[in-house]
Design a protein around this ligand. Structure first.
Ligand SMILES: C[S@@+](CC[C@H](N)C(=O)[O-])C[C@H]1O[C@@H](n2cnc3c(N)ncnc32)[C@H](O)[C@@H]1O
Length: 317
């Protein structure tokens, strides 16, 4: 079904043009695109006999669903999709231990989840769709994942080719495109995104405008400790990550939310980060949390900034 049919209130002409541009961009015959597009094409006929999204591991199919040849082929494709940042997954019995133990973040959200049944939901920066699959048992009408990165976009689409969840969909869009979706969503998840935005206030305004009146925002962000309403602005990187702009205290993020129009703003979780939650694995072989933190003082990042915490807010439009 055409995406636009789900979004009668979207700015349809510019959205149609943007999606056509993105599709043309992703269709280029360059190595960086073919690397993902060809595997997606090659698995079009492979289906999982069953899925289980109710536990910590997102389970798609079983080993018995595939012939030995197809199983080996899928294993190779999944290895080709490394690094796996979010998980864990089990795909046709192949266990993928991702860098992040994303089930921990999801389990912190669960007690605060608004009703998702029959709702239009957005997941901003959905990555490979781990959280979208976890939302599926709550029976939303649709979860639209915004994911501009080719690697993550195709990883989700390969997984959902196996899983065939028609109400889960990702588009190669960014948070900056939310303005094309005025009052279109009942619930928006914005997890791990705000500190990557050079203007977090603009991002929050866009999130506000994309929610229907009474809609709910669940936002999770990297944060620094402290009660002052301030944000850290790193000189270059923060915990070795470039593209990190403002890292707020919880108080600062609370103020950002209220001043961009949200009501009933409530902090419901605030925890320190650790290498138990983000670490190198056989499916993500690069540096991870322990390499980002001062070895002699875990309260500091490698750059000497306060080490990251993670904060979770629920807010209403
Ligand atoms: C730190 S990860 C967070 C992933 C996931 N939401 C989570 O909390 O585990 C940031 C994600 O945002 C995506 N991203 C990058 N630029 C973006 C943009 N302009 N708008 C939305 N998402 C973006 C990245 O590709 C990546 O998947």
């Amino acid at each position: 079904m055409d995406l636009l049919e789900h979004f009668q209130d979207a700015k349809r002409d510019p959205l149609r043009r943007l999606l056509a541009e993105k599709s043309a961009w992703f269709s280029q015959d360059k190595k960086g695109f073919l690397r993902y597009r060809l595997p997606l094409r090659s698995v079009q006929d492979l289906r999982a006999s069953s899925c289980d999204f109710s536990g910590d591991v997102v389970r798609i199919g079983t080993a018995d669903d595939l012939s030995a040849d197809d199983h080996a082929r899928v294993h190779q494709i999944l290895r080709g999709l490394m690094p796996w940042r979010k998980g864990p997954f089990s795909v046709f019995g192949i266990d993928i231990d991702a860098e992040w133990r994303s089930e921990r973040k999801w389990n912190r959200l669960v007690p605060e989840l608004p009703a998702l049944a029959g709702k239009m939901v957005a997941d901003i920066g959905c990555n490979n769709g781990y959280y979208m699959f976890r939302m599926a048992p709550y029976q939303p009408t649709m979860v639209l994942g915004f994911e501009p990165y080719v690697h993550h976009y195709y990883t989700f689409n390969i997984l959902n080719t196996f899983a065939q969840q028609p109400n889960l969909r990702a588009e190669p869009l960014g948070i900056e495109h939310l303005a094309l979706f005025p009052e279109c969503f009942d619930v928006i998840f914005c997890l791990g995104i705000l500190y990557h935005r050079p203007s977090p206030l603009e991002a929050l305004r866009d999130l506000h405008s994309a929610l229907r009146p009474g809609g709910i925002l669940l936002v999770e962000s990297q944060a620094i400790a402290g009660n002052d309403p301030v944000a850290l602005f790193p000189a270059h990187t923060y915990a070795k990550v470039p593209g990190t702009w403002f890292v707020p205290t919880a108080t600062c993020l609370h103020n950002w939310l209220t001043r961009t129009g949200f009501t009933e703003v409530r902090l419901f979780c605030d925890h320190a980060m650790s290498s138990a939650e983000q670490r190198r694995t056989a499916w993500m072989e690069f540096e991870s949390y322990q390499d980002f933190i001062d070895k002699d003082n875990p309260a500091l990042t490698i750059e000497g900034y306060p080490a990251p915490r993670r904060v979770f807010f629920k807010a209403k439009k």
